[in-house]
Write a protein that binds this ligand. Structure first.
Ligand code: ZN
Length: 469
């Protein structure tokens, strides 16, 4: 049974989906005016890992996420560069696809841009006005926060604290239009020439940020959804406002489980533009040759905990992942001289470690304990690889189990990706023949040639093995 920590109730709860085998999941996506930073990547990977675990446990997951493609930051960026908003958003939507692909982030079932659901947003806002939850003021439309019973519960702050916070962020012009400082915009008037806007019952304008997620979640997943995810910084005001809008419109619970991921720190400091330690995923991928190490680092830390990103943590991730890959490769190598049959003692250990993995992940996706179970499996694979006789069915079960568990973390394949040139393959074959002929000076000569090319050859009781240095 899966337990998840629900931000709304501040406790771990038994997870029960609305439909027996289907999970509806909405995760806030990025504002596409720049390359995504490592914090966005962490969020995408955290929820991809959770989605993969649900799928591993037999659920189908209907996963919806958004691109915020209308926003002040986008408008300002387009203005600075003298191009249209669409030029900016198309470029960075494409960059998101390109940069998340090498990290094995599964595509959303539906990924929608805010600008693709404008008619839905307008009718949603109209309903809020009709129900008395929203009001028009000089071309803007605001939501009456205090009218929604339970406003702010997700943030676990009382209304006075929220109001003090909200007042600090507002410009006086906007404050003058509002009935109450806590009210928030669901529609903003926009009449500047050349700036993107849509015709609406309240004049030209564009949606506020919060409304798009409420609209998309309900449009694609229904009035009540199982899981809503996002970074912990979104709990207030973004998710707080999503709950208010959505439940005001339908009178039904919007989300059963609110899951929030933690921050990424850079060298033990909070990442921020002002500290100059802001890292984009795009830069990371250019600097680092093994994207799976980045994936490993970001998906094997429990989603709610902070991740410290540094050269050291990245190196540590590489070492761990290589240990897993090497164990896989060595066992895979033994398959060719395996015998029919199975080893029941080894299989019972495999099943035990798999159970431990599941128990850990069932506990609010405790990846740290899940990894401990994987490393038990790796130790077992290493010992078994050294056995005089390998039973094919058992070796296959071990390889398949390692693969299936690592796929939950988004590591799809454990086979080495190293490629050999035709000449290198030929040298390896010549060396096997030289050893069969007991021509050891020739086999040493070939080994040295390969070593200069960073290919290390080892002779084992089961034959010649090689790996890249
Ligand atoms: Zn959102």
């Amino acid at each position: 049974m899966i337990h998840v920590y629900n931000t709304l109730t501040h406790q771990k709860e038994i997870f029960k989906s609305i439909q027996p085998n289907l999970i509806t999941m909405y995760v806030c996506g990025p504002t596409i005016y720049n390359y995504i930073h490592i914090g966005n990547a962490r969020s995408a990977i955290a929820f991809d890992t959770i989605r993969r675990y649900f799928e591993f446990r037999g659920y189908e997951v209907n996963y919806v996420s958004n691109f915020t493609d209308v926003d002040d930051k986008i408008i300002n960026r387009a203005h600075e560069e003298g191009v249209s908003e669409a030029t900016i958003t198309e470029k960075y939507a494409q960059a998101f696809e390109n940069d998340t692909l090498p990290l094995n982030i599964k595509p959303a079932t539906v990924r929608s841009k805010a600008t693709e659901v404008i008619p839905d947003i307008i009718s949603f806002v109209s309903e809020l006005i009709a129900k008395g939850y929203a009001y028009e003021a000089d071309g803007d439309v605001y939501f009456r926060a205090r009218q929604f019973k339970g406003y702010g519960i997700l943030a676990h702050q009382d209304l006075n604290e929220l109001e003090a916070g909200a007042s600090g962020r507002l410009d006086p012009e906007e404050l003058a239009k509002k009935e109450d400082a806590l009210d928030f915009a669901v529609w903003k008037s926009e009449n500047r020439p050349g700036v993107i806007s849509w015709d609406s019952p309240w004049g030209n304008g564009r949606p506020g940020w919060h409304i798009e997620c409420s609209v998309m979640a309900q449009k694609y997943l229904g009035n009540t959804i199982d899981v809503h995810g996002g970074g912990i910084d979104l709990a207030f005001p973004h998710h707080t406002n999503e709950i208010a809008q959505s439940e005001a419109r339908t009178g039904q619970t919007f989300v059963h489980y609110w899951l929030h991921n933690g921050f990424v720190n850079i060298n033990d400091e909070k990442m921020s533009k002002s500290l100059g330690n802001f890292i984009t995923l795009h830069d990371m991928l250019e600097r680092y040759d093994d994207p799976m190490t980045i994936r490993y680092l970001l998906s094997t830390t429990q989603y709610r905990r902070p991740i410290n990103y540094s050269e050291d943590t990245l190196t540590q991730a590489r070492v761990e992942l290589d240990r897993i890959r090497t164990a896989y490769r060595n066992l895979h190598f033994r398959m060719k001289d395996s015998k029919d049959g199975r080893n029941e003692a080894v299989e019972s250990d495999i099943n035990e470690y798999k159970k431990q993995f599941i128990a850990a992940m069932d506990d609010d996706f405790n990846t740290q304990n899940a990894l401990a179970a994987i490393f038990e499996l790796i130790a077992l694979a290493n010992t078994y690889s050294e056995a005089a006789i390998i039973q094919r069915d058992t070796a296959m079960l071990l390889l398949e189990t390692m693969t299936a568990l690592m796929q939950v973390f988004g590591i799809e394949t454990l086979m080495p990706v190293e490629q050999l040139t035709v000449e290198q393959q030929s040298l390896l074959e010549q060396r096997v023949i030289a050893r069969q002929n007991k021509d050891f000076s020739e086999s040493d000569r070939i080994r040295d040639i390969l070593k200069l090319q960073d290919i290390i050859v080892e002779d084992t009781a089961q034959g010649q093995r090689w790996h890249k240095a």
